[in-house]
Ligand binder design. Structure first.
Ligand code: GLN
Length: 452
């Protein structure tokens, strides 16, 4: 597959051919389920002349159905372009193909999609991760040049790791959320899923930047990203994460750490607060915000409506269309926000969030980057995670960056049989240039190692 960088150089005619080819392949690989079925059924001969980028089904593209892979939003047509889409169009990129996801971005396996699961292109018996599973799978399978995903607690980095591609979550406020269906507004960020680090930096630079339509989007110019490998980094290796992770994951990561040390980078062992605290804090804050954000889906303004005898019943019947996981989170979120429990859960979670932020801040006084695993295990099989909690624990290493608003990236570094292992780098707020340089270095070292 051509890279994004290469595709941006292609003449129009060749791009058109490329699109036809992508569409043919997508139809052939229908079974993979990375693209949402309606995308495959529609006529894609138009849609603009730009470089085709696959878009997660929670980002508004004018005129496209946008459903967050849910039943409740069936038939809802996006009335406008998200800011990231506008920015893409300005730079010669075209949205092309809606990708599957966990319903309303809640999940780690894409199994909660109304359309059914997406398969992992590396092993079709395994999940592609989630919630941006479709975006990661289509890039991993060579069905897309690059894709956009969204990351609230790891939904870009974890599926990218499972599918052997690069996934990056920007600093909170670096990329506009205007036109992204809100799950947890204080955590959500849109980011790139690509074949390599250079493409991730490219796509990131295109979608990042100020936006007056999103008040949480910062008014800072985007720094140019120069990918050079001669810089010496101080890297904090998150030892307790590596100790907890499966050996198939931790072994190649330790090897990479040794390699970095050999090349003159300073390695410092660090410990981050028990990852269980992250998970508990996240599932209070994310569900609280989700319960409020999802209140708007009541059958009055968006998508499907199930008529009842009266207004109350109409609400009830319509909101029953939410999937199980979404309902669970709305209930949980409503509970932690209810008077009597607010202080015990929500307020306390906000305090712990502050501590988590502080812990990272202190570490970044000394470190350029933190390095650790993306996930505790390799991709699991469909249906393997029986309880919601088991599923939630998949995000123990990714959630911290969201709670603290930090930029983070997952980069594939080794093979484990037919599967892929990635490591995660986290940088300080707005240090995307450092993050990408570190990721680029790791990517180069990984390819040198695999040649040896
Ligand atoms: N897996 C996490 C969750 O279920 C993260 C989801 C996300 O980042 N959108 O909430």
């Amino acid at each position: 597959m051509v890279t994004l960088k290469e595709a941006l150089q292609l003449p129009r005619e060749e791009l058109r051919e490329l699109k036809k080819e992508l569409n043919r392949k997508a139809r052939e690989e229908r079974e993979l389920g990375g693209y949402i079925e309606q995308f495959l059924n529609c006529d894609l001969s138009d849609g603009g002349d730009g470089v085709p980028i696959a878009i997660k089904d929670n980002i508004n593209v004018k005129g496209w159905e946008i459903t967050c892979s849910s039943e409740i939003l069936q038939g809802y047509i996006a009335p406008y372009d998200a800011t990231v889409i506008e920015k893409m169009r300005e730079k010669g990129l075209t949205p092309y193909g809606r990708t599957n996801m966990d319903q309303f971005a809640m999940g780690s396996s894409t199994e909660t999609s109304y359309y059914g699961p997406t398969l992992n292109p590396l092993d079709r018996e395994r999940v592609p991760g989630g919630s941006s599973g479709g975006s990661a799978a289509v890039v991993g399978a060579g069905l897309a040049i690059a894709a956009l995903g969204s990351d609230t607690g790891g939904s870009i980095r974890q599926p990218a790791a499972f599918c052997g591609v690069v996934g990056m979550k920007p600093t909170y406020g670096r990329v506009s959320r205007y036109g992204l269906v809100a799950f947890s507004s204080s955590l959500d960020q849109i980011g790139p899923i690509t074949q390599n680090v250079e493409d991730a930096a490219l796509l990131y630079s295109i979608i990042a930047g100020p936006d007056h339509k999103d008040s949480t989007c910062v008014d800072l110019p985007v720094e140019p990203i120069e990918l050079k490998t001669d810089r010496k980094f101080t890297v904090g290796v998150v030892e307790n994460y590596l100790e907890e992770a499966a050996p198939e994951i931790s072994k190649p990561i330790w090897e990479m750490v040794r390699e970095l040390e050999k090349r003159g980078h300073t390695i410092k062992p660090v410990k981050l607060i028990n990852s269980q605290i992250d998970v508990a804090t996240y599932y209070i804050i994310a569900t609280a915000e989700a319960s409020s954000n999802l209140a708007r889906f009541d059958g009055m303004r968006y998508g499907k409506r199930v008529e009842g005898k009266n207004l109350r019943e109409t609400y009830k019947l319509t909101r029953a269309l939410f999937g199980e996981e979404v309902k669970r989170r709305i209930l949980l979120g409503t509970f932690v926000l209810s008077s009597g429990y607010y202080d015990a859960y929500y307020l306390r979670a906000q305090r712990v969030r502050h501590l988590i932020k502080q812990e990272f801040k202190n570490l970044f006084k000394e470190m350029d980057l933190l390095l650790g695993p993306v996930t505790p295990t390799l991709p699991f099989k469909f249906g393997e995670k029986k309880s919601p909690l088991e599923m939630y624990l998949n995000d123990i290493y990714t959630i911290g960056a969201n709670l603290a608003g930090l930029p983070a990236i997952s980069v594939p570094i080794a093979k484990s049989g037919h599967l892929s292992v990635s490591l995660q780098l986290i940088a300080d707020h707005f240090q995307e240039p450092t993050l990408f340089q570190g990721a680029y270095l790791v990517e180069q070292l990984a390819s040198l190692r695999s040649e040896r």
